[in-house]
Design a protein around this ligand. Structure first.
Ligand code: MN
Length: 310
């Protein structure tokens, strides 16, 4: 996915941001394409990062019609990995490496942008169906920020079942299992689905974010809302979840000890790096996405924001 906002903000994410014991934040939903409501959980003014996770969008649920569908034209990324995770529907991914991959619920698309990649995403859900998913970005650590771009698709991810709740692991380790997906810093990412109680074991060096996508749930006795992101700071050993026909996404990681800058679809270390990536995209320097039937997305303006000192 692309950051579809027409006026993306230049966002500094300083290292060593305060890490409260627990907190929660409102999520603001915006209709970006006709019918497509996207709710941005990260970054927020009070919380820019959770571990290395720097961007978290809930997309849909979208009732697909001839006019209301997902079609994200080619757009670039640098300095990050994108994680696509669906609850309903299907999406076709194509990128400048020549990848062409359909993803359906329970599978993982992991794209490593490194020094630069561009991709498109087209919803394949037929009219009358629904599309519902999340996209996350992971900031690459400085040593890997300019690595070779890569794309991987994973199915048959590790699962941990307790009673009627299934944890599917798309990042990191849980209960002696490891996700096969390759990341570059200590982190965790899982979907919890079902009904019943679940004692989620936490890594005390990690901070965590939890998002309720479907159904009803309680987090350590507190009723979860779907328009809130729940944060747990470092130092927790476990958290108690009660799910009722629910789907919860949990992300975690060691707090990032680097300053990063985010703008549009880029993660960098300076505004100059971001401006250079924007210019490279505008000049066609990321290459073409083979097979996409349309024009790429033009980069929004950056200059005005820099002049305004933001
Ligand atoms: Mn994207």
């Amino acid at each position: 996915m692309s950051d579809l906002a027409p006026d993306p903000e230049l966002t500094g994410c300083p290292a060593g941001a305060p890490c409260p014991e627990r907190d929660s934040y409102d999520i603001k939903a915006r209709e970006l394409n006709p019918g497509l409501v996207v709710a941005r959980a990260l970054p927020q003014r009070q919380r820019r990062l959770i571990g290395p996770w720097c961007f978290l969008d809930r997309m849909g649920p979208l009732e697909v019609t001839a006019e209301h569908k997902l079609d994200v034209a080619p757009h670039p990324h640098i300095g990050l990995q994108t994680v696509t995770w669906l609850l309903e529907g299907s999406i076709r991914h194509r990128d400048t490496l020549g990848s062409d991959q359909v993803i359906t619920p329970g599978q993982l698309n992991l794209m490593t942008a490194g020094r630069g990649i561009a991709h498109s995403e087209e919803g394949l859900t037929p009219v009358g169906g629904r599309l519902f998913g999340v996209q996350f970005w992971v900031a690459l650590p400085k040593a890997m920020a300019e690595c070779e771009p890569a794309f991987a698709h994973h199915q048959g991810l590790p699962r941990h079942i307790e009673g009627q709740v299934t944890l599917t692991l798309f990042a990191g380790d849980y209960a002696s299992q490891s996700s096969p997906a390759r990341y570059h810093s200590p982190l965790f990412g899982a979907e919890l689905k079902g009904s019943g109680d679940f004692e989620l074991v936490l890594e005390p060096h990690f901070e965590y974010g939890l998002l309720l996508l479907k159904g009803e749930a309680r987090l350590d006795g507190e009723t979860m809302g779907k328009d809130r992101l729940y944060y747990l700071g470092t130092g927790h050993q476990e958290t108690r979840l009660e799910l009722r026909d629910a789907v919860i996404i949990c992300l975690g990681g060691q707090p990032l000890d680097e300053d990063i800058v985010m703008w549009w679809n880029f993660v960098g270390r300076s505004t100059e790096e971001i401006a250079q990536a924007r210019e490279r995209w505008q000049q066609g320097g990321f290459g073409a996405v083979p097979g996409y039937p349309g024009s790429p997305i033009a980069a929004p303006l950056l200059e005005g924001q820099l002049k305004a000192g933001r």
